[in-house]
Write a protein that binds this ligand. Sequence first.
Ligand code: BGC
Length: 736
Amino acid sequence: MDKVKLQHLLSEMTLTEKVGQLVQLTPGFFSAEYGDVITGPELNIDLGQVDVWQTGSVLNLSEKATIDKLQTEYLAQSRLKIPLLFMNDMIYGYKNVFPIPLALAGSHDNKMLEAIGAFLAQEAAADGVHVVFTPMLDVVRDPRWGRVLESPGEDVHTVKAYGSSLVTGLQGNFSRNAKIDMHHVAACIKHYASYGAVEAGREYTAADLSQYSLLNTYLPGYLAAVEAGVKLVMTAFTVVNGMPASVDNYLLSEVLRRQANFDGVVISDYNALNELITMGYSADDLAAAKAALTAGVDVDMMATVFANGIVRLVEQGALDVEYLDNAILRVLNLKNDLGLFENPYRGFDNNANEEEFAHLSIQATTESSVLLKNEAVLPLNPDKHYALIGPFASSPLTLGLWGSINADFSRVKTLDYSFKSAGYQYEYAKGYSLLNEKVLPVLGDMFKRVVDSNQSSDAQLASEALEVAKDADEIIFTLGEDFLQSGEAASKTDLHLAANQITLIKQLHGLGKKIIGVIYTGRPLVLTDVEPYFDALLLVWFPGTNGGLAITDMLFGKATPSGKLAMTWPRSVGQIPIHYDSLPTGRPLTTANANERFVSKYIDSPNTPLYPFGHGLTYHQDKLTCELIDITYQANTKSVQINCKVASDGQPIEDVLQVYVHQPRQAHVVLPSLKLVGTQRIKQQNEHQVTIDIPISELAYFDNQGTQHLDSGQYTFSVGLSSANLLVTSTVAIEG
Ligand code: BGC
């Protein structure tokens, strides 16, 4: 439909039809038969004069047949035949699930991330979904917050690369105002802005951060996705610097709409506009509606505010209708960009290619699993007999919270299944229970179906595991967090393993055999006390549908784990927030002054984390050498080019080279001691020259008054294998 026709459509709409386009409800509001996935409070919404059949979009309905039915029923009732938009929380997978975003980001493989986006789009579109609420681009530095699982981590460069790649994959490779073809869907980034900075990691609390860190750390990830052409932005529930993010004129009108030129749809988060009243910002629906609409929000997700508030505001003459019309046009444009006016059933002819998924998901798990420790015990010897212990090895519930919502659990390949099908010699024992009935009320009962039904006591399970371990050559112990213990609304103050896991680890250690730990988790854990009991530790996060197959291949050396930590693993909760790019101090701790009092340190802990950002061993990493050939400033492309010679003594290596810039001296403000500005995944056996280009825009920063700078001068760069393992360092002059 062309723009003139869209304008005409707008002119034909009644007030309630207009407002309806800006309201999003869960499917149960249309009819109980459609069911609901509830991710917020259960609401009894009163839509005032707006009819439910006038609402413009639906939250979290999936399945072709159901979407087909609702769309058909809706269009039959709709006067102007404006199709419904179906939006869904398919964050890192649908029926087929990839590893969690915190894992994927550590792959630093933008091509693969694009392919994952494209696969997800294909699967979603095939079932009639038009918009997916992904990627989540909240920078995170506090693992107490359960939602770190959904995030690409603590680092700005990583978040930008992850977000742009996913958006490109999901929407197709196109220019900013292009249409989206039937094989792709519209992406919605979230949660704008800085939801990841919630105080003390407690869910739904406020974030208070300086202009300096908002501009330098928290905003760039979202803005890079806007640059990549993302069609929607979701606001955060959060109060940011005293203003609810959903009505913040600075964040929405100034930064997003004016500076970044975003003309797509802004949607509030679940019930966030009602919560403006609960948190004491707005007096009623009218005030909340006016604040949100005039700030730039277009769609109200699961609240009564737009439905009730806007109609009355217009009737009272208290709202400039231009705000309303602009919002509706943006929604109609989105429907038009998706081709919905031509075909409300777009995408139904797609077929997600299962073979492609098998390949891509195994690659994703391998490239995002992090080998934290390896004392010459991995890869395993296929001639030995292993004890495989711990419930993660046999449970399909290893997809993380969002991955579990739509997943087809029958497709999950567990470690137990994969060992068996590959014919390795092993015996499995459960060893301990993850959850029991007692903890469920706290975690929410949306996943009642997954409660551990094995009621054996910890003592009995442990003694069975010890029996199995006694007969084995070596022990593989799966450990971590249940998937219900991370994700949304799963903030924690204690990041240690559960007591029954620690007890069993110690008992197994008493047998004097090698122990290999395989960690399943959605967040960094505190493993300081148990780490010494393990000879190797492989972090697989929540590894996705084909996780077991990939982990088996990694354990037995058919592939090397090659993921890097996208978030620092602390030694203790007391070190949090901890991240690699902290600002320098005038009293740095050094080996020479370690015994002095008045330096920047803890008196009861080292400053360093247990595992630093960017860490991740690979097989043969000890053989990897990197020699700097040259580093040059390319004025024509405004980039720095680094040439290195990488060798590995003839051994196959797969790794990620990481380029860090050191703090420039005498900038307008103090900048991080170290900052990641580029990465390069390498896979080779023989000596190779590797070229890495760093756009100098990566060196720009904002001062504490909000002015952006890109200084000319001498810059020092290092290439390394983690933020704490720099291999070569050199300096180059740059024209800013
Ligand atoms: C979450 C969003 C999600 C929405 C819809 C909210 O609770 O914060 O990330 O997209 O629910 O399910």
